[in-house]
Design a protein around this ligand. Sequence first.
Ligand code: NCD
Length: 336
Amino acid sequence: MNFLGTHILSIDQFDTQDVEALFAVADQMQPYAQRKLKTRVLEGAILGSLFFEPSTRTRISFGCAFNLLGGQVRETTEIKASALAKGESLYDTARVISGYSDIIAMRHPMAGSVEEFSKASRVPVINAGDGAAEHPSQALLDLYTIKKELNISGEIDGLNIALVGDLKNGRTVHSLCKLLKLYKNISFTLISPIELKMPEEIIEELRKAGHQINETEDMQTGLHDKHTIYLTRIQEERFSSQQEANIYRGRFRLNQSTYTTHCQPNTVIMHPLPRDSRAEANELDNDLNQHPNLAIFRQADNGVLIRMALFALTLGVEKELHNTSSDVNWYTDRRF
Ligand code: NCD
C-alpha cells in the first residue's frame, strides 16, 4: 500500500511488504524513542487524539510518538466529555476535528465507528481500537515484538503461538490473527472458554490460508512447544454485566509454576496489557515479573516505535527524520 495520506483502519489493508517497510522505519525510530537523539520532523503538525474508551498505553504512546517526532497533541477522552454526548454525529465530529488536525488517532466502543468517522475526515485516521473489531497498530507492535524477542530477521513462517483468554471480544487477537495470516505455516493454539472462542470467520480465513488451528479449553496441554504465548484479559466492558464477566475471570492463568511445568524454557510471554491484576482474574501473575522471557513491557515500549513509524509514513517524512535531528541535552539514562 501507499501509506501516504492513508487511513489505517484494519490489518486487511496490509501485505508482508507493507509490514516490512513499516518495521524498517520503526527500527530507525530507536535512537529517538530512547532519547539518544531528537528530531523536529513533524514540528508544527497536530495529532487529534480521540479516545472514547479507556486507554493508558495506546493513548499515551500515540501521543508520545507524535511528540517525539516534534509534533503536538490535542486530545479528548470519554464520550461524556465530548459533543458526542450532546448527540453530535461521528460525521460532524470528523469534519470539525479533521480541520484542526494533520492526522487523527481514534478509539471508540463501536465496531466500524472509526471507519465511519474516517469517511468524513479530511486527514488520515488511525484506528486505535473499534469495539471488539480491530486494533491494527497493536497487532503490528505485537508482531514486531515477536520478531525481536525470537531474534527473527526474515519472515516468521512456522511460528507456533498460543492465544489465551477472551478470544471472542479481544480486538488485539483478532488483528494479530489477521496479521499472522499473511505468513506461512503458522500453528495457532486457541485457548479460551468455548463461549469466548475466536470468531468463526477469522478461523476460516486462517484455515483457508493453510495454517494449523487447534482450539482447546485445556490450557496446560495447549502451552506445550510454543514459541510465544499471548495472554489476554476478559473484556468485561463487552459483557452485559459484571456477573457475566465473572464467570470467565480467572479461568486461565499463567504463573511461574505453570510456566515452568508446561512451557519450553525459552517461550516468550506476551500480553497487550492491561493485565487484570485483581485476585479474581490475575491471568498473568506478578510472580513472573522478573522472568527474562516476560516481554510485556518491551512489547509496550515497541508501541512507540511502531506508532512513530505509522505517523512518519502516513505523513511522508520517513526519509527526513535525520535532517532535523540533534543531541538531547537532558538526563536520559534509563534505570532498567
Ligand atoms: C487492549 C485494547 O484496548 O484492546 N489494550 C491495548 O490497547 N493495549 C487490550 C485490552 O484492553 O484488554
